[in-house]
Design a protein around this ligand. Structure first.
Ligand SMILES: CC(C)(COP(=O)(O)OP(=O)(O)OC[C@H]1O[C@@H](n2cnc3c(N)ncnc32)[C@H](O)[C@@H]1OP(=O)(O)O)[C@@H](O)C(=O)NCCC(=O)NCCS
Length: 168
């Protein structure tokens, strides 16, 4: 389900004990492990190696041009990565509106319901607004990402028709 929301969104509130920073290419291995741990096995990657390659592909621009300020990681107090959002322009799929597009949002299962997903999404939205963008879009698989559907709905994202799709 393709979703979009006008900007700005509310300012993020940071939970205590976590740090937010832009992701860096040197994070690819740790991000791959987090990505692998965050989805049901087989849903997003075939194995850990595949998950790391996916993350390397994000940095290489295979899924669009990353917006650095809106591609963020959350670290806990000891520097372990526990959440990530990745936002791009010009993703390589049809039907996507010409606005910043969230290609990934994931939080480690041990750290869910701490508002970290909300922190990541609101922080990315704020960065996009600060860069002059007026809306943010994303795609969510309703069957496999029920929690995300709640989160996006809660933050006012609405389903949209893919750009160029025939009406009716
Ligand atoms: C989606 C995801 C990133 C949410 O991360 P999170 O840090 O747990 O989210 P938050 O704590 O910010 O939750 C925000 C709100 O979303 C809703 N929500 C989140 N998880 C929920 C659940 N399991 N059941 C019901 N509502 C849920 C709630 O309204 C929640 O607010 P509340 O805790 O005050 O009730 C996380 O579940 C995840 O990584 N899932 C696997 C990867 C994935 O599917 N990513 C989405 C790709 S489109």
């Amino acid at each position: 389900m393709l979703m979009q929301r006008g900007l700005p969104l509310p300012a993020p509130e940071r939970p205590a004990g976590v740090t937010l920073r832009p992701q860096e290419p040197a994070d690819a291995e740790a991000l791959g492990a987090l990505y692998w741990d965050s989805y049901p096995k087989g849903a997003a990657a075939v194995d850990l190696e595949d998950a790391v390659e996916e993350m390397e592909g994000v940095f290489a621009g295979e899924y669009g041009a990353p917006i650095d300020e809106a591609s963020l990681v959350v670290e806990d107090a000891d520097g372990t990565l526990i959440g990530c959002i990745q936002t791009v322009t010009s993703p390589p799929w049809e039907g996507i509106p010409a606005v910043p597009f969230v290609i990934e949002l994931f939080v480690h299962p041990d750290h869910r319901r701490r508002r970290l997903g909300t922190l990541l999404l609101l922080s990315a939205a704020q960065a996009c607004f600060d860069k002059g963008w007026e809306s943010l879009a994303l795609n969510v698989q309703e069957e496999t990402a029920g929690e995300a559907v709640y989160l996006y709905g809660h933050l006012g994202f609405n389903e949209i028709t893919p750009v160029g799709a025939a009406e009716g």
